[in-house]
Design a protein around this ligand. Structure first.
Ligand SMILES: Nc1ncnc2c1ncn2[C@@H]1O[C@H](COP(=O)(O)OP(=O)(O)O)[C@@H](O)[C@H]1O
Ligand SMILES: [Mg+2]
Length: 310
């Protein structure tokens, strides 16, 4: 079971759209996929459920917020299956979801409170247990239940995001090719490296059973909302793509094209773009891009097509 965080401390860069479509395309290809919405904006959840459905079936006690606060139910009890996608997938793979809640904004503060301690050793031990919280929760999900878990992170680098990174083997960074975003990628990379360093140093001081060190890898930056000309990103975007490559950060060759109409509609349909009927050639070409990205992503992570053995 692979665990992958989709993160960028910037909002509006296409994290949620990428998470839902990558998950849906992998499920279409036969993989068992779990999506975890960790953003209090709840956009991933609302990509599958209407606000009314969320209010009626999920809000009260079936979201990740419930798991972070009070006496949590097992994480597995929060898993739901969005029915509209399931009926299109018709038993190919599976696409399940753990929903989010707007109240998740307060969880960071609660987690921060849990990190106090009288001595430096205690502080470091609490740091490890708070940051391992999600990793421990996900470890209770039976290994074979899913091939991959995709975590849609909030647009910040607070504790909730850090618990996602600690739980992950890979990090994917959707980004727009513009000046500020490219500056941000280097910062993001250094923040993740700092987290790994602190966690691994403090892990050695944990009480009780030994805590494994973490080593989440940068699967890469995937550029989103790309305007094309003649089948290539327009000239104005290319310097930013090249700059990112020059940082030494892995960059996916495939990218996600811009199409306002197609993506704006998505939540309304309650089904990710890749699972919908293609209305025309332009839309088909956007979906082709999402499919190429899925192939590149699977290859990079060594995800074996279902049914194949080593
Ligand atoms: N490839 C795209 N082309 C055009 N609009 C997009 C694309 N991807 C996402 N969007 C739109 O941009 C907005 C932000 O996307 P979203 O995936 O929610 O980003 P994030 O999760 O990073 O905040 C949404 O309104 C979404 O519909
Ligand atoms: Mg989002």
């Amino acid at each position: 079971m692979r665990i992958v965080s989709v993160m960028n401390y910037k909002g509006g860069v296409g994290k949620t759209s990428l998470t839902s479509n990558l998950g849906a395309e992998l499920a279409w290809r036969g993989f068992k996929v779990l999506l975890l919405d960790m953003d209090p904006q709840t956009s991933l959840t609302f990509s599958f459920f209407s606000p009314e459905e969320w209010e009626k079936d999920l809000a009260k006690d079936r979201t990740i917020k419930d798991w972070f606060s009070g006496s949590p139910p097992p994480l597995g009890n929060l898993i739901v299956e969005p029915t509209r996608s399931a009926s299109i997938l018709a038993g190919r793979g599976c696409l399940h979801l753990i929903a989010s809640h707007l109240g998740l904004v307060n969880v960071d503060l609660e987690l921060a409170t849990g990190m106090g301690g009288a001595t430096l050793t205690q502080v470091k031990q609490k740091y490890v247990s708070v940051h391992r919280r999600l990793a421990d929760g996900l470890a209770q999900i039976p290994q074979g239940a899913y091939d991959i878990i995709l975590i849609d992170c909030p647009p910040n680098f607070n504790i909730v995001t850090k618990t996602a990174i600690v739980a992950s083997q890979y990090v994917v960074i959707p980004a727009k090719p513009d000046y500020l975003s490219t500056l941000g990628i280097d910062y993001l990379r250094r923040s993740v490296a700092g987290l790994i360093k602190d966690f691994n140093e403090f892990a050695g001081m944990a009480e009780g059973a030994p805590v494994s060190k973490i080593n989440p890898l940068f699967a890469g930056v995937v550029f989103t909302m790309i305007q094309e000309y003649n089948g290539q990103p327009i000239a104005a975007l290319r310097p930013f793509i090249n700059q990112t490559r020059n940082l030494g950060v892995p960059v996916f060759d495939s990218y996600i094209k811009e199409n306002k109409t197609l993506f704006a509609d998505a939540p309304q349909y309650g089904v990710p773009v890749v699972l919908r009927q293609r209305a025309n050639k332009t839309q088909q070409s956007v979906i082709d891009g999402l499919e190429s990205f899925t192939t590149e992503f699977s290859t990079k992570l060594g995800l074996m097509a279902p049914g194949m053995t080593v």
